[in-house]
Design a protein around this ligand. Structure first.
Ligand code: SAM
Length: 345
């Protein structure tokens, strides 16, 4: 009988180690798929601790591979763990874990980029956006080539309150190349400040919780790995559509060493560039000689609000793409030159 006042907790029974699982099921990492495994259960436990209190939580693990993080999540006494893994080779090893944790682990062979998590957990877990986050957590150590496009997709989902955020302000704990983790969390004025910093921080509170040295992985990647925790904000700093913010921020950072008016100017057709950029900066009250990395979230908020008004006043403006204009004017010049040559001019 459990001692009075003690709550019984779930622990996995003794199992072969992850190293043994890798041998048993011949799960050699495929370098071309950037598979780097974490075998040290102290590290996987640490990632899971940083996700928060998972007791009775519903957890969505992306890319479980041989199951190191998966074991730590199960040992955190969760209500349910849903894993989505693309590589079929890992399914039998995960099945073994599922047998050891009856009713707790659901395995999906699928692609995290297309999997519809918004239908996977009970609707009763949904919370109002302004409430505390729901008892749902996303955790994952994915290949770097997947984690960056995925976080952009999920940030758009945060902005639209759909996908994993149909349940409310679902928290995420994900790994990135250390340099990307630093960009995600970089503050105004820092060297690493970039498009990703603004896109993540206008929607979420973002923490680089710790760094895992490359040598902790097998095989060892070229770089160290940053673990980043995201909690969506109750109110985004910028209340404009994601695509509009993305366009403005992307344009701003494309000339990252120049004054900000250079990149912002590319939002406007050449014929009106000077005038419209001046108007944008003046109405947003932003100094044109600040560098992109010196712009704060509140600068970006003002810029996006003014740009939105300019787009509302000129329905063609949002679709404008300076690269298209450049291409068209180049091909016009080429045709003109060819015409002049054929006329012997
Ligand atoms: N989480 C394990 C660990 O920490 O040891 C494995 C990490 S390994 C870097 C990435 C895992 O993500 C691999 O198992 C790989 O097959 C899986 N994966 C890659 N792309 C995926 C995708 N689009 N959807 C689901 N799983 C994916």
């Amino acid at each position: 009988m459990a001692a009075a006042g003690k709550v019984s907790t779930f622990r996995l029974p003794p199992l072969p180690t992850i190293r043994e699982i890798i041998k048993l099921f011949r799960l050699q990492a495929q370098k071309q798929l950037s598979q780097n495994f974490l075998l040290d259960l102290r590290l996987t436990d640490k990632i899971v601790r940083k996700a928060g209190n998972l007791r009775n939580a519903y957890v969505y693990e992306v890319g479980p591979g041989p199951g190191g993080i998966t074991r730590s999540i199960l040992n955190a006494d969760v209500a349910e763990l849903l894993v989505v893994e693309k590589d079929t080779r890992f399914i039998p090893g995960l099945q073994m874990l599922s047998d050891a944790a009856p009713g707790k682990l659901r395995i999906v062979h699928g692609d995290v980029l297309t999997f519809k998590i918004e239908k996977a957990f009970p609707g009763s877990l949904k919370r109002q956006w302004e409430d505390d986050p729901p008892n749902i957590h996303i955790i994952g150590n994915l290949p770097f080539s997947v984690s960056t496009p995925l976080i952009i997709k999920w940030l758009e989902n945060v902005s639209c309150r759909d996908g994993p955020f149909a349940y409310g302000r679902t928290q995420m704990t994900l790994t990135f190349q250390k340099e990307v983790a630093e960009r995600l969390t970089a503050s105004t004025g820092s060297k690493q400040r970039s498009r990703l910093s603004v896109m993540a921080q206008y929607l979420c509170s973002v923490d680089h919780v710790f760094t895992i040295p490359g040598q902790a992985f097998i095989p060892k990647p070229e770089v160290d790995v940053g673990v980043v925790h995201f909690t969506p904000l109750t109110e985004p700093v910028i209340k404009q559509p994601f695509k509009l913010v993305e366009k403005l921020v992307q344009n701003t950072f494309q000339f990252r060493r120049k004054y900000c008016y250079r990149g912002l100017g590319m939002l406007f057709p050449e014929a009106q560039r000077l005038e419209s950029t001046g108007k944008l900066l003046q109405l947003a009250d932003v100094d044109p000689t600040l560098r992109p990395c010196q712009l704060s979230l509140s600068h970006f908020k003002s810029l996006c609000d003014v740009y939105r008004k300019m787009c509302d006043g000129d329905p063609q403006l949002f679709a404008y793409n300076f690269r298209e204009e450049l291409k068209q004017s180049k091909s016009k010049n080429q045709k003109k030159e060819a015409h002049q040559e054929s006329n012997g001019l």
